[in-house]
Design a protein around this ligand. Structure first.
Ligand code: ADP
Ligand code: NA
Length: 331
């Protein structure tokens, strides 16, 4: 088939936060809603990537479910988008092995994520006999699995006639959409760090399932500075800039943060925070209820059914690729 195929993945970290949502997941729902009917959309909860770091089995299982329920709650429709656990489609790992037989160790070694792990364990950033044995092969070869994730669901050669140009153009546009710099939401406690799951302080983030009360508390409690005026100065006033960025992302028509700041000239930070609270509450409205409904539906079995049916669909598309790959390689 020559329709566009879109693949993206997210780690099973449980309920996503506002940063995950505005920075990545909301684009998925927009792609789904704008794509022509024949477009294949695959969104994977990448549990095999997650186990490159130590995981507790039952906790991982729970976080996979929570992430899947969250994807449906934000508006991904399992009829239109194939939502599956990566480990349910073994072709991902099969292709990864094949790719790893031609992947360069030197190239992988220069990947920034790997280098940052090395650095984490080794401040000198040099090969260290005592560190190397503790570093895991899976973490090193992570990018090969990422490549396999994408390649196993799309053809490497697309012979097209002129009538297919639109499909290709759409595919390119989708790629551009993924590549446009998405907004970075910063921590509400320390606006120099990004909002993240991995910071222990709960007040630093807003989960997409937060109640209106929680949203209000987090935003009203956001760390800003002592100047009670609204200006957009990302370097001098990162806390205020972050609130304006969030407001921009959650306002119809996406006004720029600078434009919002000049609209709010004369207002105080309390007014800004009230506006941000209202905008975020309206952006996330309904997600909380849908999330609970999805998780509880059919005594929890609804999610399992969706995931099984989607995995079957994803396996069919991946198996088609693997038949060609195996044939070419002589397996
Ligand atoms: P976390 O830092 O919470 O562990 P991940 O690293 O798992 O988040 O990121 C999952 C997705 O969400 C990625 O696409 C990432 O770019 C996006 N993302 C994560 N945090 C933010 C943020 N604070 N602002 C914007 N996007 C974010
Ligand atoms: Na995460």
């Amino acid at each position: 088939s020559d329709a566009a195929v879109i693949f993206s993945g997210i780690q099973p970290t449980g309920v996503p936060h506002l940063g995950n949502y505005l920075g990545a997941l909301r684009q998925w729902t927009r792609l789904q809603d704008d794509a022509p009917d024949e477009t294949k959309l695959l969104f994977s909860v990448v549990d095999l990537h997650a186990i490159t770091m130590p995981q507790d089995g039952p906790v991982l299982m729970q976080r996979k479910r929570e992430m899947l329920a969250a994807l449906i709650a934000i508006g991904l429709d399992p009829q239109k988008s194939t939502l599956f656990y990566q480990s349910s489609v073994p072709e991902h790992t099969e292709l990864m092995w094949i790719l790893s037989c031609t992947a360069s160790m030197g190239y992988l070694g220069r990947m920034t994520q790997w280098k940052s792990k090395l650095q984490m364990n080794n401040k000198a950033q040099e090969f260290d006999e005592t560190v190397a044995p503790k570093l895991k092969l899976g973490l090193f070869s992570y990018p090969v699995l990422q490549a396999a994730d994408v390649l196993v669901h799309r053809a490497t050669h697309v012979p097209v006639g002129d009538d297919q140009r639109q499909h290709l153009e759409f595919a390119r546009e989708c790629a551009t959409n993924f590549n446009t710099p998405s907004p970075r939401v910063m921590s509400l406690v320390n606006p120099l760090n990004k909002m993240s799951k991995s910071t222990p302080n709960h007040r630093s983030r807003i989960l997409i399932t937060a109640s209106p009360d929680e949203i209000r508390q987090r935003i009203m409690g956001a760390v800003t500075d002592s100047l009670n005026a609204v200006t957009y100065e990302p370097v001098a006033r990162p806390g205020v800039a972050n609130l304006l960025e969030i407001l921009s992302q959650c306002s119809p028509g996406n006004p720029t943060p600078a434009a919002l700041a000049s609209e709010l000239r004369g207002a105080g930070l309390g007014d800004l925070k009230k506006q941000v609270t209202a905008a975020v509450t309206s952006e996330l409205a309904g997600i909380r209820d849908r999330y609970k409904e999805v998780l509880g539906s059919k005594g929890g079995k609804y999610l399992d059914e969706i995931q099984a049916a989607c995995a079957e669909k994803a396996r069919r598309s991946a198996a088609e690729t693997m038949r060609i790959v195996r044939d070419v390689i002589g397996l």
